[in-house]
Ligand binder design. Structure first.
Ligand code: LFR
Length: 474
């Protein structure tokens, strides 16, 4: 058998998956070998990620991969990990955990941008980083913690972003991969280095982080302990594009450069690829971000509160069908016209999402949704409208013409949302793959393994590996 095998670990904020991928020289095929939910843990008045629990799920996934590979009679060429951005874990010098990662939805950073900017003007922070201001960016998390004593920030030997933290636990080697570091607002996209002046405001120095590396760097191999726990051999762990959104963008099956992408999951990330950072007054005004992509490319995009609205409402709606497709299909059974601004801060982490949506509609003099069907219609139409608005801003700022919107991530399976989006923006929407993040993760491993050459080659493999569905505007 001429196939090569790779393991992709992809952790989202609500669920994680481990994927076994094969490559035959032309296309990537993937099989999900482990999927799990991981809750946020309330401890001492804050919310944290369960790092040992996550690590345990990763080990389970690797064990499953090992069994599967044993059946095939093959070995894994490498392993790559991507996760959501901004959150960090703390380690002692001996490799033990010094502190759990705060969850970016913990309210301790509410108002944190304003607090930080009392010490350095917003314009200057934007000029240095080109990153959109969001209270939970790592810079503001660290700054918030630095004002309190007795926490892990003060004592940790190493502060590592989530994908790097898990790779560290697997290999014993600490790195800071550039795509995930870029979204933190402590990396300067022009120099590619951590900004010492920003860090100093949080009482930190760059040596508290791992060595900076680019996607494709081989971090190390599985430690003997991990080999024993998983049944795998001394498999290399590759730093992929550790930020899930960066991996997702690599997996876009684009045939030319005239496209925008919408990574449609818990968040909706709408943007373009740019060869250079776009840092100017307009980008600052619209609060666009310049996150790092493959080979020094820039992901110029904006965060939109995405299917979080649906994920949270779903658990509260008494008349919601169990099956997500059935729930979404209810959209056509009602004609409520109310819309919300998905990015209103009220929706960031409300006690009740449905009550908050109702209050918003009441406050703005619109019909208040009551049924699951009505909630679906309000949410989908509001998202499509917001996509239209943000795409308009993007067109003012993007270096490229935009002829197509590529939608990737789980949300691209939502036919109603896709058609509404095509109608709203007046452009064809190309939906797929839904597992673009895992695909992008594997593509970087393929390049590290010298199976593909460059981004053009990676996109060719992405196209070969994906079935897309096109929605034309009506
Ligand atoms: C998507 C994502 C976004 C980031 C948000 C929080 O999963 O990584 O890109 O802004 O989560 O980290």
């Amino acid at each position: 058998d001429e196939k090569n095998y790779y393991i992709a670990v992809d952790l989202g904020a609500t669920s994680g998956r481990v994927i076994l991928a094969s490559f035959d020289g032309e296309k990537v095929e993937t099989e999900e070998i482990h999927r799990f939910k991981h809750p946020m843990l309330p401890i001492g008045g804050h919310i944290f990620w369960n790092l040992p629990g996550l690590y345990n799920e990763v080990l389970t996934g690797l064990r499953n991969a090992s069994v599967k590979l044993g059946e095939i009679g093959a070995e894994a060429r490498s392993i790559g990990i991507d996760t959501w951005g901004c959150d960090v874990a703390y380690f002692h010098a001996d490799g033990t955990i010094a502190g759990l990662p705060y969850c970016y939805r913990d309210p301790h950073t509410t108002g944190a941008v304003d607090k930080f900017c009392e010490e350095m003007p917003r314009e200057k922070v934007y000029e240095k980083t080109g990153i959109q201001f969001m209270d939970f960016n790592t810079l503001f998390q660290l700054h918030t913690l630095s004002k309190k004593n007795g926490n892990a920030l003060k004592i940790a030997d190493k502060i590592l972003f989530m994908p790097d933290a898990l790779s560290y636990m697997l290999t014993g080697n600490a790195v800071t991969e550039r795509t995930v570091a870029s979204t933190s607002q402590i990396l300067n996209p022009t120099t590619g280095e951590l900004d010492a002046e920003l860090l100093e405001k949080a009482g930190l120095t760059p040596d508290r982080f791992g060595k900076l590396v680019n996607p494709g760097y081989v971090i190390g191999t599985l430690t003997p302990g991990v080999q024993q726990a998983t049944g795998l051999g001394a498999v290399p762990v590759v730093a992929v594009a550790g930020h899930d959104t960066a991996s997702a963008v690599i997996g876009v099956p684009a045939k030319d450069e005239k496209f925008a992408y919408l990574s449609c999951g818990t968040w909706s990330l709408l943007g373009v690829e740019s060869p250079k950072p776009i840092i100017n007054d307009k980008a600052f005004g619209y609060n666009f971000t310049n996150e790092g992509g493959i080979d020094g490319s820039i992901r110029f995009l904006k965060n939109i509160c995405g299917l979080w609205l649906l994920e949270r409402s779903r658990t509260e709606l008494k008349d919601a069908p169990e099956n997500i497709a059935d729930l979404c299909a209810l959209y056509t059974t009602t004609d409520i016209e109310s819309t919300i601004n998905p990015d209103d801060p009220a929706f960031a982490n409300p006690k009740s999402m449905t009550e908050t949506i109702k209050e918003y509609c009441k406050r703005t003099g619109q019909q208040v949704p009551e049924t699951a069907a009505e909630f679906m219609r309000v949410i989908f139409r509001s998202l499509a409208l917001r996509y239209k608005e943000v795409l308009g801003w993007l067109r003012e700022l993007s270096p490229n013409e935009i002829n197509t919107l590529h939608v990737i991530g789980g949300g691209c399976q939502n036919a109603h949302l896709m058609q509404l989006t095509a109608d709203a923006i007046g452009l064809p929407v190309v939906a797929g793959p839904s597992e673009s993040t895992a695909l992008g993760n594997v593509l970087v491993q393929l390049r590290a393994d010298n199976r593909v050459k460059d981004i053009a080659d990676m996109r060719r493999v992405a196209v070969n590996s994906t079935e897309t569905k096109t929605y034309l505007p009506k």
